[in-house]
Write a protein that binds this ligand. Sequence first.
Ligand SMILES: Nc1nc2c(ncn2[C@@H]2O[C@H](COP(=O)(O)OP(=O)(O)OP(=O)(O)O)[C@@H](O)[C@H]2O)c(=O)[nH]1
Length: 370
Amino acid sequence: MASNDFRRHAPCSSPTIVFKKMERLIRQLLQTVAKLGQSDQAALLLIQSTETGLLLAGLLDEKITFPKKTISLKNTPIETFLKKNAHIDSYPCRLVDRYPFPCEDNGAVALQCLCVPLYNTAGRLQAVLLLARAGQDITAFYQLHIFERLQTLLAVTLETALENATLAKQTTVDSLTGLHSHTYFEKRLQEEFARCQRHGCTVSLLLIDIDHFQDIVIKYGAQNSRLVLLAVARVVMGAIRQEIDIPCRYNHSQVALLLPNTPIDGSFVVAERIRKRCEMLELPLANHGKIKITVSIGAAHNIEEIHDEESQSELENIMQNEAPFSESNQDQLSEVIESAEITKEDILYRAEVMLAAANQAGFNRTMVWW
Ligand SMILES: Nc1nc2c(ncn2[C@@H]2O[C@H](COP(=O)(O)OP(=O)(O)OP(=O)(O)O)[C@@H](O)[C@H]2O)c(=O)[nH]1
């Protein structure tokens, strides 16, 4: 495996909520234009490059789907749009995955495709709206003048939606790992706590730290250490319940994993799965051959356990011997142990304590605040 393979396999988590909002808008847009064009086949194609477009959404038989499929634009009328600022036009149509798509060659195709190019404010063709109807004549789209008027409005609407999606993505996705960002983590931690307080459920938190990361940076360089971080992010993504668990970049060497509706013993199962998979990795780094890495994990949850004297003094012991924690932090720990109500700050602090304890105990292990 080449070193840049990590990047190819990087988890690319999309900010679902943002896309949901955009999808609602696109749904409305497609339904409206299809109605005006008296067509029950429509598609919205986002132009990615001169070579490819992304079939973002389509309407078939009054049903809208979001195939998000990349298709080739080579030798299609859309290629012509890309070369000059073309106007609304119509072409013989073939179906790509059952969605309308214009073609030069009429052949046996009995459909006609109305292409409405949508330019952004910089004059770049950003998308094409495609409507199909039976028949060969563009005048079949007898509401053509309406499309001409709508063209700018649709283009601006789409551009705004895309810009908003990009902006939201920048704040919710960590650009290096593709995990959720720290900002997103803070938000979701708050939300999960509110939800758990209301419904009395459990949420667990894992803090996953790459052992000796600073040494890795010094020994193998910044670029290679980024690959290490990416590889760990990839392991985490592959070891969790997709769309349920919430993996986030916590800081330069740590990943935070929120596990909704997961008791602490369940979080231990997940933590050990991640730790062992990281232990198995052999990472090919540029100019350094393959290296092995390990991670340490601190786990905590939002349920207050009544600690017996022995386990409480064990926790206090961990803290007293733990160098990275200052005296004021130790006072904070006492408050945490005694407090009856768990706050989101408590769970975070507890996970940090357990991570520090795992480091102190010799790295490459999971420690849990039971
Ligand atoms: N949130 C979360 N919890 C997990 C995951 N895998 C395991 N667990 C927790 O660990 C417990 C035991 O997991 P397993 O040993 O895989 O047993 P299981 O009953 O097959 O797990 P599930 O069918 O996934 O509930 C589960 O009941 C969960 O609480 C995971 O990917 N995400």
